[in-house]
Design a protein. Structure first.
Length: 385
């Protein structure tokens, strides 16, 4: 049935080639933007799924930017069900140029290895990281990007931490290059870990002995809720109250410090959808009005009212589908060309959202003119009334 009338539908679209071409370009541009925005939303909704379900992050209750004293670590470690505890402090340095910024964290090397077994590196490099006071390990992505190799000295200018001599330039010796246990972790090997030993010893005295967050690895993921509650209860009503949550929640919460990004993305997507709805709706209405006599002729030839309605709806669906397909293919190409450190992809969730949006758009712009076409009286249409 569809194949039988497809040439007729296609001919109606091509009746005004220029108008159809510009409408398709507008639809493609709109769905390119929607695809990119929803790819970002997809990361916020489920981009942290790869993170370990058996890890908790303990931060200060006030804010993750407020440090916690290191004396909390053995108390957390003593809670039943806790397997390992590490600590991490954001370093905030740039390499050579302010544009060369990437995540760096000061950590205890052995505790990092215990809490993040997903990072893989040769045994001798792990030993070197543990024993080298000014040692650092870099992800494979960073090493390839800057051409670093084991033994290189990397100066980092920290916009947060000052050394005792007043300098903000810290020298770090690359002692290892790490990757991930699988593709997902390898694609995120774009960060740098620094030995906490030099970091804590060299910074000014009032900032020593502090950690940004504690990373808690639990023996049984099913106990995560209980352990998180126990950690926070242990430091309740103290000078160092804590907030413990899963690693996924912490990562998404970190992004949302910038605002409700999901709401912003959906609001922009909604505005784009509304704009393209008005534009495409006007195009379809104009196209049908121009063809009212032709539609009357179709009815004279035996086409039923319902068939005419279906033909106009099919025209709207074909127009919207072609424009959306072009836009989504462009969005997939753009996100696919992004480097691995930016895990934004037009995945199945994005395509499903676009498919639903296309169906809604086609129905909204096609139904009014299709209903009008169905109700056209042959005599009035041929008389030009």
């Amino acid at each position: 049935m569809i194949g039988k009338y497809l040439p007729l539908v296609w001919g109606a679209l091509m009746r005004k080639k220029t108008r159809t071409a510009f409408t398709l370009l507008s639809l493609a541009a709109a769905f390119l933007l929607i695809g990119l925005l929803q790819a970002v939303n997809s990361v916020l909704a489920g981009g942290a799924d790869f993170l370990g379900a058996n890890r908790l992050i303990t931060q200060a209750k006030i804010s993750f930017t407020t440090p916690l004293p290191m004396r909390l670590l053995p108390q957390i470690e003593a809670i039943p069900g806790v397997e390992h505890v590490g600590h991490s402090q954001f370093f905030g340095g740039v390499y050579q140029d302010p544009k060369n910024f990437f995540p760096q964290f000061a950590v205890n090397p052995q505790r990092l290895r215990d809490t993040y077994p997903e990072w893989t590196m040769p045994e001798d490099q792990w030993r070197a990281f543990i024993s080298t006071q000014d040692g650092a390990i870099v992800g494979r992505i960073l090493a390839d990007k800057y051409g670093w190799k084991v033994g290189d000295i990397v100066p980092l200018n920290s916009f947060i931490w000052t050394q005792k001599d007043g300098s903000r330039v810290w020298q770090w010796r690359v002692v290892g290059i790490f990757g991930g246990r699988d593709r997902e972790w390898s694609d995120r090997a774009n960060l740098m870990y620094l030995n906490y030993g030099q970091f804590d010893e060299a910074r000014i005295e009032r900032t020593r002995g502090l950690a940004g967050v504690f990373v808690v690895r639990v023996k049984n993921p099913m106990d995560s809720g209980r352990i998180a509650a126990e950690i926070d209860r242990r430091f309740e009503n103290s000078a160092d109250e804590t907030k413990t949550q899963s690693e996924q929640e912490f990562q998404l919460g970190f992004l949302k410090q910038l605002g409700d990004i999901g709401f912003i993305v959906n609001a922009i997507s909604g505005a784009v959808f509304f704009t393209i709805l008005i534009l495409t709706g006007y195009t379809m209405s104009q196209a049908v009005r121009e063809r009212v006599p032709e539609l009357a002729v179709l009815k004279c030839l035996g086409f039923t009212d319902r068939t005419v309605l279906a033909l106009v709806l099919a025209e709207a669906f074909l127009l919207c589908f072609l424009g959306a397909l072009a836009g989504l293919l462009l969005a997939s190409a753009v996100t696919g060309a992004l480097p691995p450190e930016y895990p934004i992809r037009a995945d199945a969730r994005v395509w499903l959202f676009a498919l639903a949006s296309t169906a809604l758009l086609a129905t909204a712009v096609g139904l009014p003119p299709a209903w009008h076409a169905m109700r056209v009286r042959i005599v009035d249409a041929l008389a030009g009334r």
